[in-house]
Design a protein around this ligand. Structure first.
Ligand SMILES: [Zn+2]
Length: 148
């Protein structure tokens, strides 16, 4: 694992423990070169969860991919990695718990609902990409409801 500060290739694990009720391993790492300490999480991917896309085709769910999409909406917003982690873990439990297939529209709607609680700007950004507003009026209506 690379050091995020000095990019040294080797960092050592100083502490390792279970997190998120045993579904993740939290590791404290230290860079021997610059002594920078940072935390990493190792998670079990929900490899058996299948996403049904809009056109009816299916693909395996990827937390990494979804997380990247969420982060695009959260650029320069006061949202922490911890908040995103919690959001995704909570939703994955819901999607994986009920059924093994989940529609991409459900994922979009669920993420939107959770983002709305965290940050309005991030929500609007995410919604404008994933909701595919039919027209400008619909988008304005949504904005209007938020600004009330
Ligand atoms: Zn370093």
């Amino acid at each position: 694992m690379y050091c995020p500060r000095c990019k040294a290739a080797d960092t050592s694990v100083v502490d390792s423990r279970l997190a998120e009720e045993g579904r993740a391993i939290r590791r404290r790492r230290e860079c021997p070169k610059c002594n920078h300490r940072f935390t990493t999480f190792e998670r079990q991917e929900l490899s058996n969860l299948i996403v049904i896309k809009r056109d009816g085709t299916r693909e395996p769910y990827s937390r990494t991919k979804l997380e990247r999409g969420i982060w695009l909406s959260c650029t320069k917003r006061p949202i922490t990695q911890e908040k995103i982690d919690r959001l995704l873990t909570k939703l994955e439990e819901k999607w994986g718990g009920n059924r093994r297939e989940v529609a991409s529209s459900t994922i979009g709607t669920d993420v939107m609902r959770e983002l709305k609680k965290l940050d309005t700007v991030a929500y609007i950004r995410f919604a404008s990409v994933h909701r595919e507003f039919k027209d400008v009026q619909e988008f304005k209506k949504e904005l209007g409801q938020l600004l009330k």
